[in-house]
Write a protein of this length. Structure first.
Ligand SMILES: [Cu+2]
Length: 160
């Protein structure tokens, strides 16, 4: 029994992840199997505008960077807290800024698209249980290829 325990301990020690691998006799490294795609989309600077408790909707802002070789096409957004979210653009019409639903927003390779006050934004509508006045809201962008980019957007006011 004692011998078995000792052998087992030796085997386990040999399997320690930090044990140095022999460099001379090691087989050639196999191609990495499931490495996440390098250069995936990067979301930064996300936030959701703080609104009074009675408000029925608010807006979300963020930057989306596409370091990949193919265009990134955003076709919508989702949140567990809102029944309906649309991508809106802002257009000037007769001197008045009006929001317009955007079917899609493309981020070209190497480009960054900015959702910001006075421009593109996520229109967060039909809150299921009111709009949080603080904390953060879980959101995801829905891409044309069916992928979802999840992110969390703190509730607050513009920095400036
Ligand atoms: Cu809007």
């Amino acid at each position: 029994m004692r011998l078995t325990v000792l052998v087992l301990a030796a085997l386990l020690a040999g399997c320690a992840p930090d044990s140095p691998a022999p460099t001379v006799s090691a087989p050639a490294a196999a191609p990495p199997a499931a490495v996440p795609a390098a250069g995936g989309p990067v979301i930064s600077g996300a936030w959701v505008r703080q609104v009074p408790p009675a408000a029925r909707m608010t807006a979300g802002y963020l930057r989306v960077h596409n370091p990949g070789p193919a265009p990134l096409v955003i076709v919508g957004a989702e949140s567990p807290l809102f029944a309906n979210i649309e991508v809106h653009g802002t257009v000037m019409s007769d001197g008045v800024a009006r929001m317009r639903h955007q079917e899609s927003v493309a981020v070209a390779p190497g480009e960054t698209v900015v959702f910001e006050p006075g421009g593109l934004h996520l229109m967060l509508m039909q809150p299921k249980n009111g709009i949080p006045g603080s904390g953060a809201i879980d959101l995801s962008l829905v891409l044309e290829d069916g992928r979802r980019l999840e992110f969390s957007a703190p509730v607050g006011q513009p920095a400036d």
